[in-house]
Design a binder for this molecule. Sequence first.
Ligand code: IPM
Ligand code: MG
Length: 364
Amino acid sequence: MYRIAVLPGDGIGVEIVPQAVKALKAVAARYGHQFEFAEALVGGAACDAAGHPLPDETLALCKRSDAILLGAIGGPKWDQLPVELRPEIGALLPLRKELALFANLRPCILFPGLLHASTLKEEVIKGVDILVIRELTGGLYFGEKKREETGDGGQKATDILTYSTYEIERIVRFAYRAAQQRRGRLCSVDKANVLESSRLWREVVSELAGEYPDVETTHMYVDNCAMQLIRNPRQFDVIVTENMFGDILTDEASMLTGSIGMLPSASIGGEVGLYEPAHGSAPDIAGQNQANPLATILSAAMMLRYSFGLAREAEAVEAAVCSVLEEGYRTPDLVQAGRDDAAIKVTDTVTMGDLVAERIAAQA
Ligand code: IPM
Ligand code: MG
């Protein structure tokens, strides 16, 4: 029996999370597992109902669960709140920090059915399979932040970027082990030509490289990486990088998969893992049954794999997503004007969720 904390959050979060729950229920029925779901408020929804984006009960529920399924948080409605009450700073970052989720895994895989869905050329993205490992509890996100008056009527704002040897070593070792399980190539991304924290990062990686002779180590500056990701993405196997670079590069890399609506994530390293799509709450399409639930469903597959050790069940979910896409079903974000053939069936959030659950149930 596995206990899953369900935190739909805001915007499209409340639409996509139930689709992933449906997929997990289909897995439970098909493979004979018991999942217990307990829902809690987080983000703007929690602010409205309880006055804080991460209520104590929500954090307590997360801590006593085996895994957390999160939708998305934030939205324009809460952007004017004091900084510490905003959903991102008040809920998502403390959740990551409190639960010691230092490793954020974002697999960018192009499903064959989506070869035509990306804005990028087919010959560039065909066969893309990259695992980006983003450090998630350090760097600029968690460094000291302050504002000062400059005396000339203006202000000075500061965000401090810090990394310790310990923090770098722990995420880089994690990435080496992932590379050993894959194609044996690790690219460490930094800005060592400018930043001191990146110089330390590069030194630590270079030192550890000797311990993993079976993995080929390369270093790349982040600006070059941003370019290489769309020039020749197939050169990458595992990418490891610090928090902010990882945030930016993974939004870019999501386009290799067709849409940001396809990019799942697992945040692990502590006692309980957190699984959420890499995208945000998309207020522009919220409440319209238009959002792509696949990143959340694929995040649930990562939960099965990383938190529960259910690899076969994770593959069943991924195979179900793959077949639904090959059958031509698409949420609107996956439709590229002028590049679709007649076989494309544009569908909505709930139907997409139903289709995936049905395919899981029907698996041999
Ligand atoms: C992500 C998101 C978050 C981040 C935001 C919502 C704070 O963009 O998970 O990539 O920057 O980490
Ligand atoms: Mg992001």
